[in-house]
Design a protein around this ligand. Structure first.
Ligand code: HEM
Length: 219
């Protein structure tokens, strides 16, 4: 039987997401290479350590700009509501596959992750610009550059841990990956994991069908 599908992400949203994800992978690998001597070989990801040193900040800016667009696309779905507390308090049940609360487009876990991404991206950009020797470091006293490097490393670790959880959750909840690859999810997936979003999408679909049949009878 053919599965009924709902659109979750448009092509432009998926392109935006995968550009950010690709930049993240390159930045995490090269950044770990700079961070710890025994990981230095990771800087070869760009061909040579010198190239990694030059390209890392530029790719960082691309990732930030990509995330900036994502932020404005999704912020309205990521404000906390009363049902999110229910979801968080019921996390034990959620982990064994039972859903709790009337979840909208994103659940409380995804909302927390969204704000972790936002905070770490903002800190990475600010500290990264201060530590960018070629253009900006000269304008700051050395102690400010040192603090910036500490903040940069701490926020990078926060983001890396966050993205590991983000990817694990996307793989763990079956049917989530197609949302970001093909742009669609099954109606069963939506009904189970995001029931309020499912109802909203179905209501929109219904309104569109009625509008179409109304315009046909008026012709
Ligand atoms: C590298 C591997 C990654 C994979 C496999 C992945 C997978 C996914 C999937 C499947 C979704 C859809 C979830 C849903 O609609 O319920 C999603 C959403 C999203 N992803 Fe990723 N992602 C990755 C990396 C990243 C990175 C590096 C960022 C940004 C730093 C990011 C930011 C987002 C955002 C903002 C959303 C929108 C939904 C939300 O707020 O949770 N992703 N991702």
């Amino acid at each position: 039987m053919k599965k009924l599908l709902l659109q979750r992400y448009k092509k432009s949203e998926r392109f935006n997401h995968w550009v950010v994800a690709g930049c993240f992978v390159l930045l995490a690998i090269s950044g770990l290479g700079f961070f710890y001597p025994s990981f230095f070989w990771l800087t070869e990801v760009f061909g040579s350590p010198q190239l990694a040193r030059i390209l890392h900040p530029f790719i960082g800016v691309v990732m930030f700009l990509g995330f900036f667009i994502q932020f404005f696309r999704y912020v309205k779905f990521n404000f906390f509501e009363r049902d999110d507390l229910k979801w968080l308090l019921g996390i034990r049940h959620i982990l064994v596959g039972r859903e709790i609360g009337d979840t909208g487009k994103y659940n409380a876990g995804q909302k927390i992750m969204f704000w972790v991404m936002t905070i770490s991206m903002a800190l990475l950009l600010l500290s990264g610009l201060i530590a960018w020797r070629q253009y900006f470091s000269g304008y700051f006293p050395i102690w400010v550059v040192r603090i910036a490097l500490l903040v940069h490393s701490a926020s990078a670790i926060l983001l890396i841990v966050g993205i590991i959880i983000h990817v694990y959750a996307a793989l763990w909840i079956k049917g989530t990956i197609p949302a970001m690859v093909e742009g669609v999810v099954t109606q069963e997936w939506a009904k189970k994991h995001h029931p309020r979003w499912y109802r909203e999408m179905m209501a929109k679909k219904e309104a569109r069908t009625q509008q179409n049949s109304g315009s046909q009878t008026n012709e």
